[in-house]
Design a protein around this ligand. Sequence first.
Ligand SMILES: [Fe+2]
Ligand SMILES: [Fe+2]
Length: 137
Amino acid sequence: MAIASWNARFLTGVEIIDRQHETLFETVNTLADAVKLNNESPRVLGYLELLVRLTQEHFTTEEQFLRESGNRQLRSHLEEHRGLDAKLQELRTKHAQGGLVSADVTLFFAEWFAHHINEADMANGVSDWKPAPTPGA
Ligand SMILES: [Fe+2]
Ligand SMILES: [Fe+2]
């Protein structure tokens, strides 16, 4: 069973953000399945690396929107992002050095994303976010 279940209450109305969020949920689920199957498998490190990369890409996109819309909670929002990023990096380093990812860790990511989307992304003026206009459009 998927530990991170995507549903409509996570929709922000900003298409690129919603797509990224959904992909993050899928990646957490894939990582959790790999951990359950065999947490010593090199696949776990691969999915962890993917989660790190997708999370960083997402935070970059979201932070650009927040800056462009002059969001007043920018600082605290960024702190939450940096906190998760640091945790992911630490976990990736630990795993690369032989430490194993546990089911508790994947559950933590699932809960972090669900909570953050509802409490930070949506509560902090998501409707003000406007993607940068496409050049020539
Ligand atoms: Fe987000
Ligand atoms: Fe966020």
